[in-house]
Design a protein around this ligand. Structure first.
Ligand code: SF4
Ligand code: SF4
Length: 412
């Protein structure tokens, strides 16, 4: 595993970090056996930076990591990064209360890398007013926070303001070959590095969209390259090509992904991509930009919606419909899942009432209600509505008939 040194502290960090938000699940819970196998393999192979947060896996991620490290006796072998959910902070006491719970869940007395989660300019000012600098100063002095940082989804000007507002050791930005000019972007990456901050990169595969279900016209470009790599490997190598990047976080979902990412991390050195390789990536970038409808990363910060819309799923199916080769498959998946055919729970785009609550939470600044109207126009058509009505009626009727048959059987 390659390592990079944190400028302000001398910590030696692996270039690949483990994002603890996409573990395999069973019935909505982290599959602890599979996730433990993945973590154990990763740590054994040098991936000893684990990035978690309160909302990951609907609140299960921190306690899973804590249990795993305690059971395996690995706490001292890894760097834990976790984050303060600023949206849950209403007063100064909330900050300490949340932090104490995180220490308890993670079964540790200290956090190696503590971030203010998903800042924008506005949320930074709110936290500043509530005394976050004093909290960080005190906890750093006590040793319970070893390095202070923030993750960021706002615009570049606000990013620079936050970089300048506190003596941070590090920051975390969204960065991949589609986001060079989005949020902090390349300008922010260079700015932070020049200011002496380590830079962790999140979403190197843009929520997995750059790794799987690749449209044919994009695969053709990848295949035209002289060297053959998977789309995920191309995307990761592009990020590591930047010398300013310290650690790339990958939210891995299978042991195969862990092995593949470790293999790539071994020799993805800074400035190692050739001119030809960069041209291939540029062509892929242009092609994606032509076809992507909504720049949603699936972070789910906009959720829950009071009207029940599953916003990221709507955008995921909508993007898949327009970007990937089997578009109709995505459309009918959407109809089955979001029209409540299987479980009666509706979450489709046309439920949106336009209240606008989600817009404020979106780090990608997507005009969610407006874009949901487009989704509804393509997907919630008279045909799909009629289909879901009939299918739902049929399944309900079938359920009722089978209940009656069961009762009859019991009576006999
Ligand atoms: S604007 Fe629409 S999608 Fe957003 S929170 Fe309100 S109802 Fe839900
Ligand atoms: S719409 Fe915005 S907040 Fe919601 S999942 Fe997508 S990127 Fe995240």
């Amino acid at each position: 595993m390659q390592h990079r040194i944190i400028p302000k502290t001398g910590d030696k960090l692996p270039v690949l970090g483990f994002g603890a938000m996409r573990f395999p699940e069973t019935a909505g819970r982290i599959d602890r056996a599979k996730a433990s196998e993945m973590l154990a393999y990763a740590i054994e192979n040098g991936v000893n930076y684990i990035d978690t947060a309160v909302p990951y896996h609907k609140g299960q991620s921190e306690s899973f990591i804590g249990d795993f490290l305690e059971k395996e006796g690995l706490r001292d072998k890894v760097f834990i990064a976790t984050k303060l959910p600023h949206w849950s902070v209403r007063n100064p006491d909330d900050i300490s209360r949340i932090f104490e719970k995180q220490l308890k869940d993670l079964k540790t007395g200290y956090i190696d890398y503590y971030l203010l989660h998903s800042l924008s300019g506005e949320s930074w000012h709110n936290l500043d007013d509530l005394g976050i600098k004093k909290f960080l100063d005190l906890e750093k002095a006590s040793g319970r926070i070893r390095n202070a940082g923030f993750s960021f989804h706002g615009d570049i000007e606000s990013f620079k303001d936050v970089v300048n507002a506190y003596p941070w050791e590090f920051c975390q930005i969204q960065y991949n070959f589609l986001d060079e000019k989005n949020q902090a972007g390349t300008e922010g990456l260079k700015y932070a590095a020049k200011s002496g901050l380590a830079v962790m990169v999140m979403e190197p595969l843009r929520g997995g969209n750059l790794a799987g279900n690749i449209p044919e016209n994009i695969m053709d470009i990848w295949k035209s390259a002289k060297v053959h790599r998977t789309p995920a490997e191309w995307a990761l190598r592009w990020v590591w090509n930047h010398p300013e990047v310290t650690t790339v976080l990958s939210g891995m979902s299978s042991i195969d992904q862990v092995k593949e990412n470790i293999r790539v991390a071994e020799d993805a050195f800074p400035a190692s991509l050739s001119e030809d390789e960069l041209i291939v990536i540029g062509k892929v970038r242009d092609k994606y930009k032509e076809t992507m409808k909504v720049g949603c990363t699936g972070c789910r910060y906009c959720m829950p919606c009071p009207a029940g819309v599953d916003i990221p799923s709507c955008f995921e199916y909508y993007n898949s419909y327009h970007m990937f080769k089997n578009g109709n498959w995505a459309k009918w998946q959407y109809v089955f899942r979001s029209h409540g055919i299987m479980d009666g729970k509706k979450s489709h785009a046309s439920l949106c009432t336009g209240c606008g609550r989600c817009k404020k939470a979106c780090p990608q600044h997507i005009d969610i209600p407006l874009r949901l109207k487009e989704v509804a126009k393509d997907f919630d058509t008279p045909v799909t509505k009629a289909f879901s009505g009939i299918a739902g009626f049929y399944l309900t009727l079938r359920g009722k008939i089978s209940e009656v048959l069961k009762i009859k059987k019991k009576v006999r």
